[in-house]
Write a protein that binds this ligand. Structure first.
Ligand code: NAG
Ligand code: NAG
Ligand code: NAG
Ligand code: NAG
Ligand code: NAG
Ligand code: NAG
Ligand code: NAG
Ligand code: NAG
Ligand code: NAG
Length: 737
């Protein structure tokens, strides 16, 4: 029986890492070591299968070989062990990380260990976004596996960033045989957790309701989530946390998985019959079906996995640091972002050169540094005056700009931000992946829109999606955007994307589209490195690490109601650094919820995002609110460096408390800023104490320029903030003495 097969490995313990270097490998055991994390696996001597030993707290020395239960019943040994890269067939009935269909029709694979390579640094991922680092920051182990029967090679690439406690994995599958294969599923990361009780967290939502944190117990059987929209989507984010059921925001073991990809994905968590929990993160199998001819390869996107013993917050801070330093390529990653005003909620698509100049002038008078013209500026034969025309025709509307767009840009950039010698900068909105049937582009190239034969081309928001998989479409977009950026002094681009993908010629089009889109992003951001690029997809519909590689910031949600935004921004911060979030103060009553909130509350929530802005027409504001704006802009500029580079501590969560609070601590630990909110009034009731985190317990901190307290008092006892009304807020500065 199969039990005999595992006897050989049962007799000898897995060899231990003998040094503290980041990667220790000897061809039979492998150890990846971060500062506070170990990731270990070994080759089963008798079978050549890769067996997982540990992903968690830093350990050294031998690990006892896992004793499997009696092999009785239908499940073979291979279905009872923790596998590094589970293939299909051979008696493991759990969901595989890879499923390949051979030309003969078999969907069985037999990937066994062959050899390994270790490299300093981290190779690129050929056309896919990927974390990067110097030889000092990251090391890479490549494990070569091979299926003798199908001649398929699988290279598993593991990179370890010791400082961030991050392990990054991708898989590269090559067809070395003579037949054609189809890759039907390919997970970037597959982790088998030992038998224990676990919880998981995902981020779910919809348009204007992104990133709601969902925690649940992992039950026997499958539980998972996916995006099948063609993009990472508002519906579910490509992020998973797995944790000990006792872990909290600030304590306990938490594993975070974040897929560096912007297309359809799937996350599958399966607690198998034996109680082992398998987590798979990768491309969505329903949109893969990738054919691989002889000699061809498919590389999966990479998945980042971090481990923390400091709760969900510790996991988030590891991802934030890694993404700020080793994912976002833009020179603006941690540079101060100009306070901006976006015209959308103020003017919508109804404006002319003089009305936008007026809005820009008012913005400058308030201290705004960047004026952003949103939708509605383009289209000649099919002018973009409503959402049923113009997308695809990236030519300034000649009626709105009779003297050309550059005339308007020149007059706006000649304005000075109030009381400074800083010229106002100009930004522009695009939605380059889309086309309206009412456009010259569509009339000339109907074949460029995604479609499936003669099936109807279903419109969403009156628009179709261009097939960015086609090189001619990629070149069209690159030229159209370059032309506009070359024509005027434009220093910011908001790149929007407002519908999902439905009809495609083939399931594999979704991934081909992403590869094409990444080429477009790469060419444009390399060509225009001085432009501050902001991603957007009806708000946070494409808030993912793939986009962050190219764009340092993303519009977090089309819902600008500040109470809603606390939940959305805190949820988004589970995986993404606050530096990456666009957040704006908008008018009241709020356009999405109808709620009226105090201007300070709206401003304070917005300045917790790395890119603070206004989304309104100041001339429509009540005088008092308008008068408050300069001070709020100044405060946003003051806190911005701490938000961009500091550590974030979610002190209390909006879903659990009437007093959500967040502390940001500067990188050097010398300054901190606390944001504290009271949602409902607190009538005739004790006032809660809010406890800080992450301070030096022995140091002394000055609170808002007057009282001083020790870090231990601030963390163990906390501070109180009496607020009389509902929707109250405080911004409090701490300075280490
Ligand atoms: C695997 O087998 C080789 C040779 O039989 C032996 O030297 C080695 O110690 C074994 N390794 C493990 C991990 O059992
Ligand atoms: C994948 O493997 C093929 C074949 O060995 C190689 O040519 C290609 O460069 C690899 N891709 C990556 C991203 O490593
Ligand atoms: C695969 O084939 C090679 C060469 O024939 C052989 O050495 C190796 O043992 C085979 N591996 C497996 C798992 O069958
Ligand atoms: C593989 O697919 C290609 C393209 O569809 C086809 O030309 C070729 O004949 C196929 N090869 C085999 C061995 O089936
Ligand atoms: C621009 O629009 C405003 C407001 O609708 C209008 O008063 C003004 O005459 C327009 N200017 C031009 C040049 O069309
Ligand atoms: C600019 O300075 C003037 C005079 O000190 C002041 O009244 C005004 O509020 C300032 N504006 C801004 C936006 O700071
Ligand atoms: C094209 O524009 C016309 C006129 O605005 C509008 O009635 C029609 O619905 C639009 N067609 C589509 C497909 O959006
Ligand atoms: C725009 O300018 C860049 C460099 O400034 C140049 O590489 C590119 O070819 C220009 N593109 C177009 C379409 O004019
Ligand atoms: C602390 O300073 C702030 C402003 O600097 C002031 O508003 C507040 O009243 C002071 N609090 C105390 C207790 O002195």
């Amino acid at each position: 029986m199969a039990a005999v097969a595992s006897l050989v490995t049962l007799l000898s313990p897995v060899m231990a890492a003998s040094s503290s270097s980041a990667i220790v490998a000897d061809g039979s055991s492998f150890s990846l070591n971060g500062n506070d994390v170990s990731y270990r696996f070994h080759v089963d001597n008798s079978t050549g299968d890769l067996i997982s030993d540990h992903f968690g707290a830093s350990v050294s020395g031998d690990i006892p070989i896992e004793v499997t239960g009696n092999v009785n019943g239908w499940v073979n040994t291979i279905g009872r062990v923790r596998r590094e890269f589970p293939d299909q067939g051979r008696g493991d009935f759990r969901q595989p990380a890879i499923r390949i269909r051979q030309s003969e029709g078999y969907a069985v694979s037999d990937l066994r260990y062959q050899s390994y390579t270790v490299k300093q640094g981290k190779p690129d991922l050929s056309g896919l976004p990927a974390t990067f680092g110097t030889d000092d920051e990251v090391s890479t182990l490549i494990v070569h596996m091979y299926d003798n029967f199908s001649s398929v090679a699988a290279d598993l690439s593991y990179s370890v960033f010791p400082k961030h406690n991050a392990i990054v994995r991708s898989a590269n599958i090559t067809n070395q045989g003579k037949g054609n294969l189809t890759i039907e599923s390919l997970a970037s990361m597959s982790v088998d957790f030992p038998y224990e009780n676990l919880d998981m967290i995902s981020l779910r939502g919809d348009w204007a309701r992104e990133a709601h944190r969902e925690r649940r117990k992992i039950e026997y059987g499958k539980q998972g989530f996916e995006s099948a929209t063609g993009y990472s989507s508002h519906l579910h984010n490509p992020f998973l946390a797995v944790m000990d059921p006792a872990s909290t925001e600030s304590n306990g073991e938490v594993w975070g998985f974040s897929l560096v990809y912007s297309g359809s994905f799937s996350v599958d968590v399966e607690k198998g019959s034996q109680g082992i929990t398998r987590a798979l993160v990768g491309l969505n199998p329903s949109q893969l079906s990738w054919s691989l001819g002889p000699g061809e390869s498919l590389t999966s996107p990479e998945c980042v996995a971090v481990y923390s013993e400091n709760g969900v917050g510790g996991m988030s801070r590891s991802l934030h640091n890694l993404y700020r330093k080793n994912l976002i390529k833009s020179k603006f990653a941690t540079a101060d972002r100009p306070a901006l005003l976006n015209s959308w909620e103020g003017l919508g698509a109804t404006f002319n050169e003089s009305t936008i100049y007026q809005l820009a002038k008012e913005s400058a008078a308030l201290g705004i540094k960047l004026f952003v013209l949103d939708d509605g500026w383009f289209g000649d034969k099919y002018p973009r005056t409503s959402d049923d025309a113009g997308l695809g025709d990236w030519i300034p509307n000649p009626e709105r700009f009779p003297d050309g767009l550059s005339h308007a840009v020149n007059s706006i950039t000649a304005l000075k931000a109030a009381n400074t010698s800083t010229n106002l900068r100009f930004g522009l909105w695009f939605e380059p992946e889309m086309v309206n049937p009412n456009s010259t582009l569509y009339h000339e190239h109907p074949e460029w829109a995604l479609h499936a034969g003669s099936y109807p081309r279903t419109l969403t928001r009156n628009q179709l999606v261009l097939n960015v998989a086609l090189p001619e479409v990629q070149d069209f977009i690159i030229d159209a955007v370059s032309n506009i950026l070359n024509s005027s002094d434009i220093s910011y681009v908001k790149w929007d994307n407002n519908r999902g993908i439905h009809e495609t010629p083939s399931p594999s089009t979704d991934h081909e589209y992403m590869l094409g889109m990444y080429r477009v992003f790469d060419v444009l951001t390399t060509r225009f490195p001085d432009v501050l690029w902001e991603g957007c997809a009806s708000g946070g519909g494409r808030f993912d690490p793939g986009v962050l590689q190219y764009f340092p910031q993303i519009w977090t949600s089309d819902d600008t109601d500040a109470v809603e935004r606390i939940t959305i921004q805190m949820g988004t911060s589970l995986a993404y650094p606050p530096s990456a979030m666009g957040a704006h103060l908008s008018a009241v009553p709020n356009q999405q919820t109808g709620r009226t909130l105090p201007v300070d509350f709206r401003g304070h929530v917005a300045m917790m995002g790395g890119s603070f802005g206004l989304e309104l027409d100041p001339s429509d504001m009540p005088e008092d609110d308008k008068a408050a704006l300069p001070a709020l802009i100044e405060l946003a500029e003051k806190v911005n460096p701490i938000i961009l580079t500091g550590d974030m501590y979610r002190l209390s969560l909006p879903e659990e408390s009437n007093w959500p609070a967040v502390l940001f601590i500067s990188e050097d630990g010398n300054k901190a800023v606390l944001f504290y909110f009271q949602i409902n009034p607190n009538i005739n009731h004790a006032i809660p104490w809010i406890k800080m985190q992450g301070l030096d317990p022995k140091a002394t901190y000055r609170v808002d320029g007057n009282s001083t307290y020790s870090g231990s008092v601030l963390m163990k006892i906390g501070l109180q903030f009496p607020i009389a009304t509902d929707y109250g807020s405080k911004v409090v500065f701490l300075e280490k003495q």
